[in-house]
Design a protein around this ligand. Structure first.
Ligand code: ZN
Length: 372
């Protein structure tokens, strides 16, 4: 146990979420607990991870979750390990919710996205049809998250575009989407910024500069593509050509990257397999499965097309393999599933409780001391 590498998870503590400030110590080696000397609370080593208050062996949980994240059927795991179906489902739920927190903490940070492709998957669950909309950053193949809804409507697309916006910097950005008309309105609605002019009332909203939107509409006959129409909805041909060239997304407007990602998710989530029998019972189950598969894809899987050559002396060459998270600069190495599941997500930064009047000198000193 190393108290220098942990943070206090108590969100009411001024030192919460801060590592290496010397405020934590070992409370009990036997119980694997730390203590924060600022708020005086003790906490388990596994707080904020999938293993918190879990009695099962860590190694078994990691193996089972790895299998689930790669599309192994639930019944195969039940048969192979002699576990109860509900136990396996609860591990999947824990890991999915943890994956969402890791995603929000590490992936949903402003970055220069360049080109984003978005698309939807039609999924069947026991109570009917569910739509899963997802987005990918083309240059790094980083999965930007997904949303679920019972209808392929405006609400679904707006929720997805809001997710993309949380990971976007105000730089030239190209959206390549399918023929779903809601995208154009959703992108124009979400990518706006308030202009503070000092007047009373709601500030006017100004659309972001440099947003281009392109559509790829495919026509099908007998389940085969017979024609592809590429349309520029917003932005100029020159702008779009520049973004296509700099984001390594092929010379033509396309949605190939999101289609490939959708195929990966279809093979890794048993509930999404076409004509499959393992339908999810609830929306939350599919949501958990999506975030588990998505974070394992981002952090724990090398992507062949992301490898870069390393030139060694004597004309030798080696390939440096990368995961989408490495390519996006979020981490510097391939994460194991154990590392992902035991990554402690810090609580949001501490804010002093609201009191009437001016803050006291003691509060000011506390804020200054623990400002991250
Ligand atoms: Zn504390």
């Amino acid at each position: 146990m190393d108290p220098q590498t942990v943070f206090c998870p108590n969100s009411a503590c001024p030192a919460s979420g801060q590592v290496g400030k010397g405020n934590t110590g070992v409370h009990s080696l036997e119980e694997q607990r730390y203590k924060c000397h600022v708020c005086g609370k003790t906490f388990a080593e596994t707080k904020g991870t999938v293993f918190y208050r879990l009695r099962s062996a860590k190694d078994l949980v990691v193996i089972v979750v790895t299998l689930l994240a790669h599309g192994c059927p639930l019944q195969a795991i039940v048969a192979a390990f002699g576990l109860d179906e509900r136990t396996v489902l609860s591990w999947q739920a824990r890991s999915g919710k943890h994956g969402l927190r890791v995603h929000e903490h590490l992936v949903e940070r402003p970055r220069d996205l360049g080109q984003v492709q978005a698309g939807e998957i039609r999924a069947k669950i026991q109570s009917g049809i569910l739509w899963m909309a997802m987005a990918i950053q083309v240059r790094t193949r980083l999965w930007l998250g997904g949303v679920l809804s019972t209808a392929r409507d405006m609400q679904l697309i707006v929720a997805l575009v809001q997710k993309v916006r949380r990971s976007a910097l105000c730089r030239p950005l190209l959206f390549c989407v399918d023929g779903c008309a809601a995208y154009v309105r959703a992108i124009r609605h979400v990518f706006r910024e308030p202009v503070r002019n000092g007047k009373q009332g709601r500030p006017p909203l100004r659309p972001w500069d440099g947003i281009s939107i392109a559509q790829v509409v495919k026509q099908y006959a007998h389940k085969h593509v017979v024609a592809v129409t590429r349309r520029i909805i917003q932005g100029t041909q020159t702008q779009i050509d520049t973004l296509l060239r700099t984001t390594q997304g092929g010379g033509l407007i396309n949605t190939a990257y999101i289609e490939r990602l959708n195929a990966t998710f279809r093979s890794r989530i048993t509930a999404l397999i076409r004509h499959g029998r393992a339908l999810a019972r609830q929306t939350t189950t599919l949501h958990d499965a999506m975030y588990l598969a998505g974070t394992v894809y981002n952090f724990c899987t090398y992507h062949k097309s992301l490898r870069v050559p390393l030139y060694l002396p004597n004309d030798r060459r080696r390939w440096l393999r990368r995961t989408p998270a490495i390519a996006a600069g979020i981490t510097d190495h391939l994460w194991t599933v154990h590392e992902l599941l035991s990554f402690p997500v810090p609580p949001p930064p501490w804010k002093p409780p609201k009191r009437r009047g001016r803050p006291s000198n003691a509060t000011k000193a506390l804020v200054a001391q623990w400002r991250s």
